[in-house]
Design a protein around this ligand. Sequence first.
Ligand code: AMP
Length: 140
Amino acid sequence: MAYDQENIFAKILRGEIPAHKIYEDEHTYAFLDVFPQTKGHALVIPKTPSENILTAEPETLGVLMITVQKICRAAMEAFQADGITLQQFNQPAGGQTVFHTHVHILPRFNDVPLGSHNGNMEVNEILIEMAEAYKAVLSK
Ligand code: AMP
C-alpha cells in the first residue's frame, strides 16, 4: 500500500484540518483522538510519512516512542491516571483505519473498562479541557 498524502493525519500535519494539539517537536506531533475511548485519549504521530510500523524507518519509530513516553508521563499527571494502555494498529486486518503511523495513548483508571468508539465525536469544550490539562503539564 502506498502512502496516501490525503489521509486525515497528513492533513492535520499540514494544518489543513484542525486538531487539538497537545505537543509538537521537530519529529513528532501529538493530539487528542476526537472519538476518545478514555479521558485523555491521545494520538502520537511521526512527521515523516509512513503507513504504519511495517513500513516506517526504525529511526522514525525511535523518535516516535520518545514522544509516546513523554505523553504517557504527562497523562498520568494531568488526569491522575492509574495506568496507561498503548494501542497500535497495522493494516485493515490489524484494525488500522488511518494509514499514517500512530500510537494510541489511553490513560486508564482503576476499575474503569476501556470505552468503545460510539460513533459520536466528543464535544469540543471537553476536548479543549483535556488538551489544556496536557499542555499545563507539558509546559512545566
Ligand atoms: P486507527 O484505528 O488506529 O487507525 O485509529 C485512527 C484513530 O483516529 C481513531 O481512534 C479515530 O477516532 C481517530 N480519528 C479519526 N479522525 C480524527 C481526527 N480528525 N482527529 C483526531 N482523531 C481522529
